[in-house]
Write a protein that binds this ligand. Sequence first.
Ligand code: URP
Ligand code: ZN
Ligand code: ZN
Length: 486
Amino acid sequence: MTAYDTVIHGGRVVTASEVFFADIGIRDGRIAALAETIEGGERRIDATGRLVMPGGIEGHCHIAQESSSGVMTADDYYSGSVSAAFGGNSSFIPFAAQHRGQSIAEVISTYDGRAAPHSVLDYSYHLIISDPTAAVLAELPGVFARGITSFKVFMTYDLMNIGDGGMLDILTVAKAHGALTMVHAENNDMVKWMNRRLAAAGLTAPKYHAISRPELAEEEAINRAVSLAKLVDAALFIVHVSTAGGAEIVRREKLAGAKLFAETCPQYLALTRADLDRPGMDGAKYICSPPLRDTKTQDALWRHIQTGTFESVSSDHAPYRADASGKFLNGSEVPYPKIANGMPGIAMRLPYLFSEGVVKGRITLPQFVQLSSANAARTFGLDKKGAIAPGYDADIAIWNPAETRIATQAAQHDNMDYTPFEGIEITGWPDLVMNRGTIVVEKGELKAERGRGRFVARKPVDLTGIPGHRAGELDPARNFGAEIAP
Ligand code: URP
Ligand code: ZN
Ligand code: ZN
């Protein structure tokens, strides 16, 4: 019997801290050995001239999810996971979204039915909470025990916004269980006020979506979200940061010791609000929230990526087709507030980050691994993923760093009818993607079966080394001995 099911040989291995030549021996879906040379293996994969990296962990994507206004994403767990794999990912964490009135048990059972029979990749869920009633809060420990250790909340959208009090309640329960609260931070009233003003002036074309959601709306909400989390000293993850001001707040509060994490997304680096002003209703394809900004913001976000403000660059893949099933469910010429928010990008996240980040010299290879998988593994509690080391899942992506292609919709594997990255030249593409030792994609072909992916029960967020914040009013030594915190 040979010692390894698979041996990957001759490649340059990239981890979150090192780049070195090594062979990798894989047994029973796990990495069993790393050595200068490994002989044998039932299957030998030649990675000469290639980079061998942890498969990406996509931490922010909307798959088989209805928006709050009832629009279903074009991608289900099959097309979503296939598309993710073609983009260099070995696992992903879509959202399981509660809509008002639903119990959490109902939500999880719905998403189990949507995911388990179809996903080709390992998956977990972040639970979206839109209705934090006492009954719902009481269900959260059970969700946590099942290994769903992150809860997402919204500060915007009337049907999702849970208010500051609701957020404090969730942060408190999350803290008690070691869960991470994720937040979409935009000031709802500022946006609604802008919407009313724009509508009154007859300014309803897609480009006004960007005007309706000011940078200040994000900055104010990030500041408020961080303050709420600090009050109860809970862990917080700010999703899709799109502004320099928002990123500055994250950096400042992290330096001050808050239990704070954040991400930005490729669309905020590649596109601007000028894309919303494309002819006809084409701008609708670029409607997402927070909205696209400008080139100055792109430069600032890159500097924050380079200098460690963000744990991850995530796709925020929210695939609504540019037809009556998606963007134009409410009609083809409707005002921007009636157009579904979000754009696809699950397969473009890592090639874009590699090409614009590594190839253009903005980030190192280890930074690429940190931003694409290693940090997500730590933040979201995937303790067997995001590293190339003995004992870890053989979640591996082999990249050709020299291959140049132009991104096109025709080359995508999602269920969409456009890619916002159309025509962008990308250097560096994954050749082979593996999840727990099974080849999922190889040389442009899907090799894995529908439903082979497994649900991954996640661990609590790792807060080691983060001092946190003790609000004086919650400290019994300074508040007349009152025990207010859980
Ligand atoms: O516009 C976006 N980003 N849609 C997806 C939902 C969300 O807010 O993340
Ligand atoms: Zn969001
Ligand atoms: Zn999102």
